[in-house]
Structure formats: structure tokens, C-alpha cells
Design a protein. Structure first.
Length: 61
């Protein structure tokens, strides 16, 4: 990876109450969709934008 690039590995993370995804809910990890704005859409296809997203990092205190 190049300096300044952040990689978020895919995690299922579908453990939200009411979600009925048996296989996905058994897999660990963060649901990337929960970290991004639901309004971030590709203007041509309407698909969710899941790459090329600007992030800001800060140290934990």
C-alpha cells in the first residue's frame, strides 16, 4: 500500500437487531456500510460508494 492509503478489510458485521442474515451475522468484523454515509452514491449507477472515500485519522486518548 502507498503512504496515505487506508485499507478497510471486508467484515460482515451484520449483528444489528432485526437483521435476518444467519451466515453474515455469524462472521466477525465491522459492517463497512455502517461507517459510510448512506447518501454516498455513484451518480451514474446509483450503487453505494465503497472505495475512494476520504478518511480522517486521529489518535485515541
Amino acid at each position: 500500500m502507498m503512504p496515505g492509503v487506508v485499507s478497510l478489510p471486508h467484515g460482515w458485521g451484520h449483528d444489528v437487531p432485526g437483521t435476518v442474515m444467519h451466515v453474515a451475522s455469524e462472521r466477525p468484523g465491522v459492517n463497512l456500510n455502517a461507517l459510510l454515509s448512506e447518501n454516498a452514491r455513484d451518480p451514474l449507477s446509483g450503487n453505494a460508494v465503497l472505495s475512494g472515500v476520504a478518511v480522517e485519522l486521529a489518535p485515541l486518548h
